[in-house]
Design a binder for this molecule. Structure first.
Ligand code: 58G
Length: 246
């Protein structure tokens, strides 16, 4: 999959492809990330990308011409991309939207700055996405968040098992994790995890997921579709909670 990010701060955005799982995915050819400097698509000596708003008012607006020249350049060279604009007015990002974006062969994410973008650029925009109900100084951090979350759904980027875990059970919070040593500061790893009983481990993890979700995110808990393992885990959890109360 090919992802382009259009920004006036390419150095700020480029770090997203230089670390961890995303860097590996780029190395393995699973992800192709290209960062475009919007100023490269200006024609004037001073590479101006903003201008005063018609009608007056505070702040500046991103000029349309550099975007038009970018879309023209991109489409001529690579074909028509799916274009996302990061904005507080967009639909709220979640795993399911990320999964959808990960199916696009060519994705372009536009990072806005200033007060906004000339409305005529919207003719090229397929999708507006927000990462939450707050206003940032620019769309670069949302673009990096979108790239990060969608990359987990590009086949081969993270282990199949962990995507499966995530997409099947993403309406529940994660269970606790432990690694060596078996005891530290007088606190031991739960016995079941060292028992070697895979089924019991699975059930314990589900119980802990359900418990954490119920306590921290009751909104997610009530929406959850409970399967057979959930029911077994819940019975275990209720027993445990009521014996703690006695
Ligand atoms: C309209 C108005 C379009 C995304 C302003 C674009 C971007 C928060 C989010 C803009 C953002 C989010 C101006 C600065 C968008 C630009 C940018 N803030 N919640 N700020 O995802």
């Amino acid at each position: 999959m090919k992802v382009g990010i259009v920004t006036i701060f390419p150095d700020f955005v480029k770090v997203v492809k230089e670390y961890g799982v995303i860097a590996q995915a780029v190395e393995n050819g699973l992800l192709e990330i290209e960062i475009f400097n919007l100023r490269d698509f200006t024609t004037d000596k001073h590479k101006v990308v903003d201008d005063y708003p018609y009608g007056g008012g505070p702040g500046m607006v991103m000029k349309p011409e550099p975007f038009f020249r970018f879309f023209n350049y991109y489409t001529k060279n690579f074909g028509k991309p799916y274009v996302v604009l990061t904005s507080p007015q967009g639909r709220r990002l979640n795993n399911s939207i990320a999964k959808e974006l990960a199916t696009k062969e060519k994705l372009v994410i536009i990072c806005g700055r200033y007060e906004g973008i000339d409305e005529r650029v919207m003719a090229f925009v397929d999708d507006e996405i927000s990462i939450g109900d707050y206003v940032l100084t620019g769309g670069e951090l949302p673009a990096m968040v979108i790239l990060d979350v969608l990359s987990r759904f590009v086949p081969g980027v993270v282990e199949e098992e962990s995507v499966k875990n995530d997409s099947f059970y993403n309406d529940l919070l994660d269970h606790p994790h432990y690694t060596r040593p078996a005891e530290i500061n007088g606190i031991s790893v739960p016995e079941v995890l060292t028992s070697g009983n895979h089924e019991e481990v699975e059930l314990w993890r589900r119980k802990e997921s359900l418990k954490k979700t119920l306590l921290k995110r009751p909104d997610l808990f009530i929406k959850h579709n409970f399967d057979e393992m959930d029911k077994k885990a819940l019975i275990k959890l209720f027993r445990e909670m009521s014996s703690n109360a006695r």
